[in-house]
Design a protein around this ligand. Structure first.
Ligand code: 21W
Length: 246
C-alpha cells in the first residue's frame, strides 16, 4: 500500500517512519510512504506557501496554487487515490474508517498548517477530511502519522494476522488485564486463576474483567455492544450483579 503525504514539514515524519513496524513494513515492500514538500511547488522566489486571510483576522492561510500544483502532480501517478485532508473539522477517525482506508491501494494525505487552507481547495481537490480527535494540534502532520500507523498495521503481512483478525470481529469491549513473570512483583501477586491451569475459569475471569472495565471506563461502548447483540445472557447476569442499568 502506498501513502503520499503532502506537507510543509517532511522532516517531522522521519522518526515514526524509520522505527519499528513501519520501518520493517517498508523494507518488506508492503508499505511505500512518499513525502512531498508543498513548498517545492511554490513558484515565487521566496517559496511562499501561506498568506494573510481575506477579510482580516489572525493567522495565515495556506495558499491554493502551491498545494493544488503539488496535489495534481502526485495524483497524476497511478493508482488513483482519494485526497484526504487532515483537519480538525473532519470526520473522526475510527477503527472502521481505518479498515475501509486499508482496502485502498493508495492514499494521499494533505497536512494543513496555520489557520487552515484556502477554502477553494476543499471545493475542488479534497475528497475527504479526517480528524484524529477533539483537541487542537499545531498542524496535520502528527494526525497524518496516526492515519498511516492505524491503516498500515491492517495491511496483510505488516503485523501478525491473529492480532488484527481478533479486532475485526471484535465485540467492542475493552481488553482484559495482562500479566507476565514474576508471579509476585513488589508484593503484588498475579490473580491466582491465571496460574491455576483451568482454561475455562481463565476465559470466564477474562470475560468478567473485560465487562467490569468497560462498564467502569467506557459505559458508551457497553451500551453499543448490547445494542449490537454482542452480550450473552451470562454477560448480562454478571453486569446486573455489577449494578449496570441498560
Ligand atoms: C488547529 C488548524 C486549529 C486549524 C476557529 C477559527 C489535522 C487536527 C489537525 C489546526 C485550527 C486534526 C480557529 C485533531 C487537530 C490540524 C491544526 C483552527 C483555530 N478556530 N485532528 N480559528 N486535531 N490542526 N484554528 O488539530 O491541522 S487533523
Amino acid at each position: 500500500m502506498r501513502f503520499d503525504i503532502l506537507t510543509l514539514f517532511p522532516a517531522m515524519f522521519t522518526g515514526p517512519l524509520t522505527e519499528s513496524i513501519l520501518k520493517r513494513a517498508q523494507q518488506a515492500g508492503l508499505l511505500d510512504v512518499r513525502l512531498h514538500d508543498i513548498r517545492a511547488w511554490a513558484s515565487d522566489k521566496h517559496r511562499t506557501a501561506d498568506d494573510a486571510p481575506y477579510g482580516g483576522g489572525a493567522g495565515m492561510v495556506m495558499k491554493a496554487e502551491p498545494l493544488a500544483a503539488c496535489i495534481r502532480a502526485v495524483l497524476a501517478e497511478e493508482p488513483p487515490a482519494p485526497v484526504i485532508l487532515m483537519s480538525p473539522d473532519g470526520e473522526l477517525l475510527t477503527q472502521a474508517i481505518a479498515q475501509e482506508l486499508a482496502r485502498a491501494p493508495r492514499l494521499l494525505l494533505v497536512c494543513g498548517h496555520y489557520e487552515g487552507l484556502d477554502e477553494r481547495l476543499r471545493a475542488t481537490l479534497i475528497t475527504r477530511e479526517l480528524s484524529v480527535g477533539d483537541y487542537v494540534l499545531t498542524g496535520g502532520e502528527l494526525a497524518a502519522m496516526v492515519v498511516v500507523d492505524a491503516v498500515a498495521r491492517l495491511v496483510p503481512g505488516v503485523i501478525d494476522a491473529a492480532s488484527t483478525a481478533e479486532e475485526s470481529h471484535s465485540d467492542g469491549l475493552l481488553e482484559y488485564p495482562h500479566y507476565t513473570r514474576p508471579a509476585i512483583w513488589e508484593g503484588l501477586p498475579v490473580p491466582p486463576v491465571l496460574v491455576s491451569g483451568h482454561h475455562g475459569e481463565v476465559a470466564k475471569w477474562r470475560r468478567h474483567e473485560r465487562l467490569r472495565r468497560t462498564l467502569a471506563r467506557r459505559p458508551d461502548l457497553l451500551a453499543r455492544a448490547y445494542a449490537d447483540g454482542q452480550l450473552t445472557r451470562a454477560d448480562l447476569l454478571f453486569l446486573a450483579e455489577l449494578g449496570w442499568e441498560r
